[in-house]
Design a protein around this ligand. Structure first.
Ligand code: ZN
Length: 185
């Protein structure tokens, strides 16, 4: 299932010089975060003034949370990434395995657990591996092996064969029937 080619960008653990592009991307990310914050503030103010709006929003959040829950992925569908954030800290992040890198997975604005900065862009990343091994592909179950006879059954069978042997030996060989001595060898 891992036909995705996972990309690396730089080596997160090595030293890293921020480029002009990194600074630009970080600035854009901060501007977007700021706009979102303003919108949330405005929305909060409107909700305080309008209980019906507040209730609609609460419902929308609940629906979204339920939807997210229904999309919950299994561990083998989650790719782990080592990323270096704009602030210089190295953290681990996760994305759906179908994304070739954590940036295209939408993880472009991160909170750093080390310095608590928010809205940080990723400046370098490398794949670490899936959270869990994918399950083996479904293969048809092997045919049920013939039941191994128990020792008692074997002994019974040997005894039956011996009795049959005895019985045959006590009878005169049928006419024309091959006997062990008539075989050429
Ligand atoms: Zn940091």
């Amino acid at each position: 299932m891992s036909e995705v080619e996972y990309r690396s960008s730089g080596a997160p653990l090595d030293g890293y010089e921020l480029t002009r592009k990194d600074h630009r991307r970080q600035k854009q990310s901060e501007e977007i975060s700021e706009r979102v914050r303003q919108q949330v503030d405005e929305d909060n103010a409107k909700c305080r003034a309008d209980p019906a709006r507040a209730e609609r929003r609460r419902q929308a959040f609940e629906d979204a949370a339920r939807l997210m829950q229904s999309f919950k992925k299994q561990d083998h569908e989650i790719m782990r990434w080592r990323v270096r954030l704009y602030c210089g800290h190295i953290i681990e992040t996760e994305a759906h395995y179908t994304y070739s890198d954590p940036v295209s997975a939408g993880a472009h604005s991160n909170r750093c657990p080390e310095c608590s900065s928010d809205g940080l862009t990723i400046v370098a990343f490398e794949p670490l591996g899936l959270r869990a091994e994918p399950p083996a592909p479904a293969i048809p179950p092997p045919p049920v092996p013939p039941k191994k006879p128990t020792r008692a059954e074997l002994e019974r069978r040997v005894k039956a064969l011996e009795e049959e042997n005895e019985r045959l030996r006590s009878q005169a060989p049928l006419e024309g029937a091959p006997t062990s001595s008539s075989k050429d060898s």
